[in-house]
Write a protein that binds this ligand. Structure first.
Ligand code: CUA
Length: 288
């Protein structure tokens, strides 16, 4: 390789490492070399499964590669030594096919069962209902007011002036309040999400919750729920390339004690359904 190309590759590698580490450092609370902290009650099982797979594949990888290297060295070409012709061993073949089949079956059954509990099981009845609707490029968030009920969402009504697709006459929605790129959840309290999209496919992704869900426009996803086990500040990052501003589509997400959540919610004004109301004339700069 010429000196020119070598310098180019080293430069590119250095750039990737630098860009990657600064990018992660902003988002991550801690180190970038291992899994982020887990906060959700489902996350322990997901992490357990990741570790089981990592150990299985890690040990298998070490065994396979060390055997291969041993054979490469042992049966290397030597003058005067003839090659050995092997036609395989049926017993060995059956054994090393059957064992992985059972391991894969066990992983698939356990994973499926876990998925069922995460996404098919109904959340507890006291779950906090929160609507999150993605748009290019930010997160519309809607919380229930004192009645604890979220206005009913209709994916067909989601539009420019009605990001949540709420019926303006629905009494449940009157006291709801909304935020933009700001999410606060009470710790230890189940939260049921109602996810939607205004324009293109976005994805709700919080690594610390071990939670990922695509949001396809025209649908409202109401089967995603979780419970945060500990408090902290996280980032809700969009995880589908959704346009030029994708990189900046993130929301601040906090998990706080219940009282702190109640105080925060109390401080928010109820939502106005139509955001298209004209601004009062006297607020414009020209009239001052
Ligand atoms: Cu929304 Cu990427």
């Amino acid at each position: 390789m010429s000196r020119f190309w070598r310098a180019g590759w080293v430069g590119l590698l250095g750039w990737i490492v630098a860009a990657g580490s600064t990018g992660w450092a902003e988002i991550r609370e801690a180190g970038v070399w291992w899994l982020p902290r887990n906060v959700s009650h489902f996350g322990h099982e997901i992490d357990f499964m990741i570790y089981v797979i990592l150990w299985l594949t890690g040990i298998t990888g070490i065994l396979v590669f060390s055997t291969m290297i041993y054979f490469i060295v042992k049966y290397r070409h030597r003058a005067g030594v003839g090659a050995i012709h092997s036609h395989g061993n049926n017993t060995l073949e059956v054994v090393w096919t059957t064992i992985p089949v059972f391991i894969f079956l066990a992983l698939a059954i356990y994973g499926n069962e876990m998925w069922g509990r995460m996404r098919m099981q109904k959340p507890p009845a006291d779950a906090l209902q929160v609507a999150v609707v993605g748009e290019q490029f930010g997160w519309n968030v809607r919380y229930p007011g004192p009645d604890g009920k979220l206005g009913k969402m209709d994916s067909h009504k989601i539009g420019k002036d009605n990001p949540f697709g709420i019926d303006p006459n629905d009494p449940d929605g009157k006291d709801d309040f909304t935020t933009y790129n700001e999410l606060v959840f009470p710790v230890g309290h189940p939260v049921q999400l109602h996810l939607g999209s205004k324009d293109v496919i976005h994805a709700f992704y919080v690594p610390e919750f071990r939670l990922y869900q695509d949001m396809v426009p025209g649908r409202v996803y109401d089967f995603v729920w979780f419970k945060a086990d500990s408090t902290g500040h996280f980032q809700l990052a969009c995880n589908q390339l959704c346009g030029q501003g994708h990189y900046k589509m993130f929301g601040k997400l906090s998990v706080v004690p219940e009282e702190e959540y109640q105080a925060w919610a109390k401080g928010k004004a109820p939502a106005t359904i139509a955001s298209s109301a004209p601004m009062p004339a006297n607020t414009s700069v020209a009239n001052r």
